[in-house]
Every structure is written in structure tokens, then in C-alpha cells.
Design a protein around this ligand. Structure first.
Ligand SMILES: [Zn+2]
Length: 220
């Protein structure tokens, strides 16, 4: 019997404990839900905080005036380029700038690699002593002392005025493989070089007159 009583007492105690724990757990759950409910608005604040960046887009709109200021300082470096280095500014950089600087005939040959018709140019039959400059950039590219009568109708030279002033690259246009030659300084197309020239080089620089500007020697 004592065991039963003890057992009942334990059961009663457990019931009370369980009831207490149940209440306490219920309260904790209530607090928990209350906390969660509080957290939800907190979570709702996140979007509000995300709206913060949206608000920062307004400062972006404020940056527009700053962006409007950007072109102003951008114009200044352009002015600096034009003023500080006139030598570099002398060479056009775009086709539009070249087009503005050159005549149509010069532009077609120098920049578009065209070819003038034979016997139509200004220099094919010129026998005066002097130097031939690039019509695009004034670089001295050929000397009259290296000029010879090739019979082609284009001014022809056995060599450039100096090493490095004329550059070449392979040209496979018009079904032929030729060596295109151009001004090393400005890239202006001059003509082509062939290996059937006279001594001493055996080369024939076949050049468009329109790519050249002749400067007569003042000594003679
Ligand atoms: Zn040039």
C-alpha cells in the first residue's frame, strides 16, 4: 500500500510538474509567437531598407548634374591636346578628319588605297631635282635622285628616301599578290613595290602622284 501511495504521490507531482511545464511552455510559445509576430514587422522593415537603395536612386538622379559636369572637364583635355601638342594634333586620327584635311583624290588613294589612272598624275614625268613628301603628313618619303622612268605612267623610285619611312604589307587584292607600300608615319597608301626595278636595288616603287607632294630643290 505504501508503494501505491508513493506512486500516486509521484504521479500527482508529475501531473503538477507537467501542468506547470505545460503552462510554462504555453507561455513560452505565446512569447515565441509574439516575438515572431514582432519579427515579421522587422522582416517588413527589410523591404523598407530595400527601399532605401531605391531612395539612393534619387541621389543617382542628383548625379545627373554631376554627369552634366563631366562633359565640361572632358572638353578641357581636348583643348589641352589641341594646344599642348600641335605636332601630334597635326595628324588626323579618324577617316572623317582625314577627309576634311585631304582633297578627294588624295583621300581616295591615301586612306582608301585607291589608284590614280596611269599618265594622269602630276609627277610621273617630273624630272626636276627635289624631294617627294607624303601628301598626308609631309614626311620625306622619296628623293628625285632615286626616281627613274619606268614607262608605267606612275612615278617610280628604286628606294625610299630613308630606311623606315616606307612600310609595306602583302596585298592580295585584284587577284594579285603584291607588296603594298605606305607612309610609315601616317599610314597613307603610296602604291606598290615590285622586284623588277633597275640597279642598284632591283626594286620598283610604283607610287601614286597624288600621294606625293614635290618640293623642288632650291640649290638648282
Ligand atoms: Zn604620311
Amino acid at each position: 500500500m505504501k508503494l501505491l501511495l508513493v506512486g500516486l504521490a509521484l504521479a500527482a507531482t508529475l501531473a503538477v510538474l507537467s501542468a506547470c511545464s505545460g503552462e510554462s511552455s504555453g507561455k513560452s510559445k505565446g512569447n515565441g509567437t509574439a516575438t515572431e509576430a514582432k519579427r515579421e514587422p522587422v522582416a517588413e522593415k527589410d523591404p523598407v531598407e530595400k527601399k532605401g537603395p531605391v531612395a539612393t536612386t534619387e541621389p543617382v538622379a542628383e548625379k545627373d548634374p554631376v554627369a552634366k559636369n563631366d562633359p565640361v572637364p572632358k572638353k578641357e583635355p581636348v583643348a589641352e591636346k589641341e594646344g599642348s601638342s600641335p605636332a601630334a594634333a597635326a595628324l588626323p586620327k579618324t577617316l572623317a578628319e582625314w577627309k576634311a584635311k585631304l582633297t578627294k583624290e588624295q583621300y581616295d588613294v591615301l586612306r582608301l588605297k585607291g589608284t590614280e589612272r596611269a599618265f594622269t598624275g602630276a609627277h610621273w614625268n617630273n624630272h626636276d631635282a627635289g624631294i617627294y613628301r607624303c601628301a598626308g603628313c609631309d614626311e620625306t618619303v622619296f628623293n628625285s635622285t632615286d626616281k627613274f622612268d619606268s614607262g608605267t605612267g606612275w612615278p617610280s623610285f628604286t628606294r625610299p628616301a630613308k630606311d623606315g619611312v616606307i612600310a609595306s604589307e602583302e596585298d592580295q587584292s585584284h587577284g594579285m599578290v603584291r607588296s603594298e607600300v605606305h607612309c610609315a608615319r601616317c599610314g597613307g597608301h603610296m602604291g606598290h613595290v615590285f622586284t623588277d626595278g633597275p640597279k642598284p636595288t632591283g626594286l620598283r616603287y610604283c607610287i601614286n602622284s597624288v600621294s606625293l607632294k614635290f618640293e623642288k630643290s632650291q640649290k638648282e
